[in-house]
Design a protein around this ligand. Structure first.
Ligand code: FRU
Length: 542
């Protein structure tokens, strides 16, 4: 439908048409980054039975070639759908794909696939192991509660481990399987971890982070200076939760650093629209890269009209946040900066209480924005008037005025400001009487269309002594990805303006605080569109 074609993004990954959900089996092979994804090739809605693995490759994680579907539901054990899974690259270069295969009666089992020809850089053809399926529903587990095998990691005994998500009653948990050949798998007695009340753990991601360097680590790394992160996707909120802790490689058990901040109660990978995320280790640049499914916030009937649904977020590097010691830092991969074109600098813009200032940069539908914000020193020091207990989601959004907030950006806004997406700081007072900074994204006025979920997202964010308030926004037609304090917290928004589209989209800075002026320094880049090309590739593209 041409009317809605502007909602397609210009530098986010999406298939040419139809439905996509989870990223699957990301890897780097012979200089090509591969992404697979849950794909319904028939229609723009999630399918029962017909899910396949879509496939694309890129040299830089930004410009993509769409490839033929890699895995179809064509075996007795996966006719119910080829569901999510992960890649493991063995030390000898072999690649193993583990995925959830669904029977016609909806039972979930785990199966193995291999590239037919490991010397093909595009890994076009895949072979399913003749001994599939390789993991069966454990005792006392519901046949629909057993899915999404992780990337394997190597134990000290020379055997590989794989995490698989499940639940008992409403307790979410991770089984661990052991294998030496990826044909025979042994279920271990103990669990990697479990948390009451979290429901099934989808798409478990389990990996080491370095406490001392900014390098990513191979999934099998362990030892001194290493902690382990578990990420689970929880259906009850459709959000990705993580916690950092210690992995015991003998007992194959993980323990959170802070039991009060365990999975489901603690940190989110992204407090916006972001689910089923998965990392992989990029051995060429020694970094860990995160992919995540960004679904639609419009209605299914509109998706059918558009003929497509879902994006993947811009791939993000993940490192341990050495400054807080409690969270991770996510940042768009550096390759996205290759799309930056004209830039505009706005130095020390003074925003009085209640002001909205346009940034005259031309069309504002494809942007990379970095900015810092200063509030009045005295206002911050005399916190008496600042409100306590602020919360982004219940705080009334960008229109509700407090002493020290909200202030930030209005993006994908039209000239009359009837449509806008607000991304902002709000400084409140913590229970200890000290400043507590919140970072929010308010979708409530993002579109005049009515079939849209228009939520307010956000959370508090640690701002350490001497740090300036800072944010980075990637704006791409119908998505805004917002990174705060260098990536300590992230919010992804899907928005569907009807007026603020293409050349009519504008960007503003605003300060709705009543008790402080704000000084903003902003740099905006126009972003070029990435290349998305259809298969087959020509000789020089290879
Ligand atoms: C997560 C998920 C996975 C499953 C896949 C099916 O979004 O539900 O648990 O494998 O999607 O498409």
């Amino acid at each position: 439908n041409a009317m809605l074609s502007w909602q397609r993004t210009s530098f986010h990954f999406q298939p040419q048409m139809n439905w996509m959900n989870d990223p699957n089996g990301p890897l780097l092979h012979m200089g090509w980054y591969h992404i697979f994804y849950q794909y319904n090739p028939d229609i723009a809605v999630w399918g029962w039975g017909n899910l396949t693995w879509g496939h694309a490759v890129s040299k830089d994680l930004i410009n993509w070639f769409h490839l033929p579907i890699a895995l179809f539901p064509d075996q007795w054990y996966d006719v119910g759908g080829v569901w999510s899974g992960s890649a493991t690259t063995l030390p000898n270069g072999e690649i193993i794909m583990l995925y959830t295969s669904r029977l016609l009666n909806l039972t979930q089992l785990q199966s193995v696939a291999y590239p037919a020809n490991i010397s093909d850089p595009l890994l076009l053809d895949w072979v399913k192991y003749s001994g599939n399926p390789v993991m069966f529903t454990p005792k006392d587990i519901g046949h629909e509660d057993f899915r999404d095998p992780s990337t394997a990691w190597l134990g000290q005994d020379g055997k590989w481990r794989i995490a698989v998500g499940s639940m008992v009653n409403n307790t979410g948990l991770s089984f661990v399987y052991k294998t030496s050949d990826f044909n025979n798998f042994e279920l271990l007695d103990g669990l990697l971890h479990e948390v009451q009340g979290t429901g099934i753990w989808e798409c478990i991601d389990f990996y080491p982070v370095s406490l001392t360097t900014n390098d990513g680590l191979d999934t099998s790394a362990n030892g001194v200076g290493v902690k382990h992160l578990i990420k689970v996707s929880l259906q009850k909120t459709m959000k990705d939760y993580y916690a950092i802790g210690t992995y015991d490689p003998i007992k194959d058990k993980w323990t959170p650093d802070d039991p009060k901040e365990d999975l489901g109660n603690g940190l989110l990978i992204d407090s916006g629209k972001y689910y089923a995320s998965k990392t992989f280790y990029d051995q060429s640049k020694k970094r860990r890269i995160l992919w995540g499914w960004v679904g639609e916030s419009d209605s299914q009937s509109t998706d059918l009209l558009k003929g497509w649904a879902s994006l993947q977020g811009i791939p993000r590097t993940v490192v341990f946040d050495k400054k807080t010691g409690t969270s991770i830092i996510q940042w768009p991969v550096e390759e996205v900066e290759s799309l930056r074109s004209e830039s505009y600098d706005f130095d020390k813009l003074k925003l009085e209480q209640g002001s909205v200032l346009p940034l005259n940069i031309g069309s504002a539908s494809q942007l990379d924005i970095v900015a810092t914000f200063d509030v009045d020193e005295e206002a911050l020091l005399s916190m008496e008037e600042a409100e306590g207990d602020y919360n982004c989601t219940s705080g009334g959004g960008a229109v509700s005025r407090g002493v020290l907030g909200p202030f930030g950006f209005l993006v994908l806004a039209d000239e009359s400001l009837t449509e806008l997406t607000a991304v902002y700081f709000y400084i409140g007072k913590g229970i200890d009487g000290r400043a507590k900074t919140h970072f929010c994204a308010d979708q409530s006025r993002s579109s005049s269309a009515s079939d849209i979920e228009k939520l307010i997202y956000g959370s508090d964010v640690p701002v350490l002594h001497g740090e300036k308030l800072s944010m980075r926004l990637l704006v791409d037609h119908s998505i805004v990805e917002s990174f705060v304090q260098g990536g300590r917290r992230v919010i992804t928004s899907r928005v569907y303006p009807t007026k603020a589209i293409n050349g009519a989209a504008k960007v503003y800075v605003f300060n709705n605080a009543t008790g402080t002026s704000v000084t903003a320094s902003v740099k905006v880049w126009q972003m070029n569109s990435a290349n998305f090309k259809a298969y087959p590739l020509t000789g020089d593209q290879l």
